[in-house]
Write a protein of this length. Structure first.
Lengths: 317, 233
């Protein structure tokens, strides 16, 4: 009787049983490749000071993550390179001439308050680099204003020109200059053409979702285009707005961070549109000349609500 | 508990903003400087002690059904008199604290101590409790205010600490700084408690329902829940 039941070898393990091969590490490498042209353009346009800020920011971010992992008694997560990406993105928001202590304070706040205190990558409710930027922007407005820090340059600040010299002056700036990064801006956020290239690379590689990017660009671009159509003498073009400030950097690299963005397509589109609209509202009606980072921060807080927009499960009436 | 124990429990074990996490509105809003913190704290000590005395004296007269309204009336009368006193003697402080002086009426600590302690205990114990909790609140606010003022302004009680080369970390005196500081202090106190418990080999001190005193259904409900439901699984 006993021999009649064959012995079955059943191996038990927790799902998922299938993996597509995507890892956080690969995503980070793709992001770094996408950021490379902008970093190169930053060095071309601003010289070695830009390289100094980027290196310092990345080094501090990695060090803080390593120290936090050690203090929290966890396996070190620095080998997934998310800290390097966060450091580089954070450096992109700083002016090239930022003093070293500002870079360090911002990088430490970004990693502590934006990431490690919440439990590391994936648990952060807000975009890590933007936390560091926001802390600095509120604390040291003078040192964070590229217009004040970058005095020895022949470039112009498009947003300041729009604000203080009027629309005609702003529209006179050639778009090619803006695309090549010949503008006073944060060191990476100003390299618009290179960022566009990197962003398209990420889209092609499937590391970021087009729904968010298109949502942001439409949400911010459409109101500006509409305003310019109704009254061309009083409003700058949508292309000018896209190529100034940090809208492109935020659209391609900040708003698309997977742990702060919603998880489903419809939600992503709504999230992107809201984010873009917030950028338009802050820039057009607010006192800040560039509202993009704040718009991303605020909209990230809403993403749990966008996550409620769910597709109907298959087979449910 | 002796009178001394009633007094000292407010200084660490049941320190209002950090351990009971009560009265957070003034804690976050007025602590932009150490001076504001101490001013607010003294105002609360005044109202809390007198309200504890009055509530304790009238605890047999006040009908149970309308006790909250009665406590509020007592606290409101005291706050109005405090407001008039501040306008007469420390007008500049009154101006600085602004709306948060009248808001002491709805401060959770006043109502919480009246409900949880003064309505059940004698006058002497209530005075000790009011003074202790009030002093704990003052200390907490002064500490938080000092921290924010030193980091965010480079001064302490108006004294310049670091010289002119210091760049103030301004976010600390703005609204986000209050939340960041409070969160870090709460984490620090939990850390100290855990370390103490580890050293003495006991369970970490949790204030729990004993200090709360209110008979809220939600607590009993939580206790009745199975262990993993509490964790939100």
């Amino acid at each position: 009787m006993k021999d009649a039941t064959p012995t079955l070898l059943l191996s038990m393990s927790a799902p998922p049983y299938w993996h597509c091969g995507r890892t956080v590490f690969k995503r980070s490498i793709d992001q770094l490749i996408a950021l490379l042209p902008a970093a190169a353009m930053a060095v071309v346009n601003w010289g070695l000071p830009a390289l100094r800020v980027m290196c310092l920011a990345m080094a501090v971010c990695v060090a803080v993550e390593a120290i936090c992992c050690w203090a929290m008694d966890r396996k070190s997560t620095i080998d997934d390179f998310t800290a390097v990406v966060a450091g580089l993105l954070y450096a992109f928001m700083l002016p090239a001439g930022a003093p070293w202590w500002i870079v360090v304070i911002g990088a430490v706040s970004a990693m502590l308050f934006g990431k490690m205190l919440f439990g590391g990558h994936g648990n952060n409710p807000l975009c890590t680099p933007l936390i560091g930027w926001a802390v600095l922007f509120i604390s040291f407005p003078v040192h964070m204003d590229p217009n004040i820090v970058q005095t020895a340059t022949s470039f112009i600040d498009p947003l300041a020109r729009l604000k203080y010299f009027g629309v005609a002056e702003a529209n006179a700036i050639p778009v090619l200059d803006l695309l090549l990064g010949h503008q006073i801006n944060a060191l990476g956020a100003g390299q618009v053409g290179a960022l566009l290239l990197g962003g398209i690379y990420l889209l092609v590689r499937g590391q970021i979702r087009w729904q968010i990017v298109i949502g942001v660009l439409i949400g911010a671009g459409f109101p500006f285009a509409y305003l310019q159509m109704t009254d061309p003498a009083a409003n700058a073009s949508a292309v000018f707005h896209m190529c100034s400030g940090s809208i492109l950097l935020c659209a391609f690299f900040m708003a698309t961070e997977p742990c702060t963005a919603p998880a489903v397509s419809a939600g992503m589109l709504c999230y992107g549109l809201t984010c873009g609209l917030m950028m338009f509202v802050i820039r057009h009606f607010g006192s800040y000349s560039d509202g993009a980072p704040f718009a991303v921060l605020v909209t990230s807080l809403l993403s749990p609500y966008f996550d409620m927009i769910r597709p109907k499960p298959f087979g449910v009436k | 508990m002796t009178l001394m124990q009633e007094f000292t429990k407010g200084l660490w074990k049941e320190m209002p903003p950090f351990r009971l996490v009560l009265g957070l509105c003034p804690t976050l809003a007025v602590t932009t400087s150490a001076e504001n913190g101490i001013g607010m704290g003294v105002a609360v000590v005044f109202v809390l002690t007198l309200s504890n005395i009055l509530v304790s004296m009238m605890r047999h007269i006040i009908p149970k059904a309308v006790r909250i309204a009665c406590f509020i009336v007592i606290a409101a009368s005291l706050v109005v008199s405090l407001e008039l006193l501040m306008q007469a003697y420390v007008y500049s402080l009154y101006e600085k604290l602004g709306i948060f002086v009248p808001l002491i009426v709805v401060n959770c600590i006043i109502l919480g101590r009246a409900e949880a302690f003064a309505a059940k205990n004698g006058v002497a114990a209530s005075i000790a409790d009011g003074l202790g909790i009030g002093l704990g609140f003052t200390m907490a606010l002064t500490f938080l205010g000092s921290l924010r003022e030193i980091l965010g302004n480079g001064t302490w009680f108006g004294m310049n600490l670091f010289g002119d080369a210091f760049e103030p970390f301004q976010i600390m005196v703005k609204a986000p700084g209050a939340f960041i500081c409070l969160g870090l202090i709460l984490a620090g106190m939990n850390c100290i408690n855990r370390w103490q418990a580890h050293r003495t080999g006991t369970e970490p001190v949790s204030i729990g329902c004993q200090a709360c005193g209110a008979s809220c259904k939600s607590c009993q409900l939580q206790m009745a829940m199975p262990e993993d439901a509490k964790k939100g699984v």
